[in-house]
Design a protein around this ligand. Structure first.
Ligand code: PEP
Length: 229
C-alpha cells in the first residue's frame, strides 16, 4: 500500500459477548497474534466492543505489545451530567480513540437523526475521539468535521452479499469528491478474510468494517493477515 494514510480494519462486535466471552476472544486472538504477528505497519486495527468490555480489554491489550486500538460503537450526543444511560466522549476518551457514529442499525432501531448524529460527532471531536461516520449511500449528509466515513449499504450488512470492490470504490470516490474534508472512506458489509484483499487493492477504499467476521478470533486474525499481505 503506497498511501500515507493507514488502512483501517474496524471490527464491530455489535450487541454480542458476555465479559467471559470477551476475555476468551482476547486470549485466543492474542495467542494467534503472538504465534505469527501480521505486518501491520500500514494498518490500523480498531475493535469496537460494547461499553461493558472496554476497560477490561484496554487492560488486557496494555499487558501486550499488540497494537490493537479500541473504538466505541456509539457515543453520547449530550455533555456529561444528568443524562441517564449515556456514555459521554469525556468518560470514554482514555480507553477509546475512535467511535462509530450513525451505524445503520442505530439509525433504524434507535431512530438516530442527522441532528443527533451531528451532536455526537461534535462531542467526540471535542475530546479527541475520531468519529467514523457511517452512511449507507453517497447522497447522505456528512457533518463537516468528519474525516473518516464508512460506506455501508444496508443490503450488504450481515447478509453474506458484499458490495463489489468496484462499486465501493466508486462510492468512496464520490464521497471524497463532494466532501473535501473526508480523508478516508472505508467499506462495510459482509467483509471476510476471504474477500478483504480485493478491497485493499482499491486505492479509493481506505479500510474495512467487518461485523460478523470480527466475532471469532480466528476469522478476525485471518482477515487482518489477508489485508496485510
Ligand atoms: C457492520 O457491523 O457494520 C457490518 C458491516 O457487519 P457484517 O460485516 O456482519 O456485514
Amino acid at each position: 500500500c503506497m498511501s500515507a494514510l493507514p488502512f483501517y480494519i474496524v471490527g464491530n462486535w455489535k450487541s454480542n459477548k458476555t465479559v467471559a466471552e470477551a476475555v476468551l476472544w482476547w486470549q485466543e486472538f492474542s495467542a494467534l497474534w503472538r504465534k505469527s504477528p501480521p505486518d501491520i505497519s500500514h494498518i490500523k486495527v480498531i475493535l469496537c466492543p460494547a461499553f461493558i468490555h472496554l476497560q477490561l480489554l484496554d487492560s488486557l491489550i496494555k499487558l501486550t505489545t499488540i497494537p490493537l486500538h479500541l473504538g466505541l460503537q456509539d457515543v453520547s450526543g449530550f455533555p456529561g451530567g444528568a443524562y441517564t444511560g449515556q456514555v459521554s466522549a469525556q468518560m470514554a476518551k482514555d480507553m477509546a480513540h475512535f467511535t462509530l457514529v450513525g451505524h445503520s442499525e442505530r439509525r433504524k432501531y434507535v431512530k438516530e437523526t442527522d441532528v443527533e448524529l451531528g451532536a455526537k460527532v461534535n462531542h467526540a471531536v471535542a475530546f479527541g475521539i475520531e468519529p467514523i461516520y457511517c452512511v449507507q449511500s453517497e447522497e447522505m449528509t456528512i457533518p463537516s468535521n468528519c474525516q473518516t466515513v464508512a460506506y455501508e449499504p444496508v443490503w450488504a450488512i450481515g447478509t453474506g452479499t458484499p458490495d463489489t470492490p468496484q462499486n465501493a470504490r466508486k462510492v468512496a470516490g464520490a464521497i471524497k469528491a463532494s466532501h473535501s474534508e473526508v480523508k478516508t472512506v472505508i467499506y462495510g458489509g459482509s467483509v471476510t478474510a476471504q474477500n478483504v484483499a480485493a478491497y485493499v487493492e482499491e486505492s479509493q477504499i481506505g479500510g474495512v468494517l467487518p461485523g460478523g467476521a470480527s466475532l471469532t478470533p480466528l476469522s478476525f486474525y485471518q482477515l487482518i493477515l489477508n489485508a496485510a499481505s
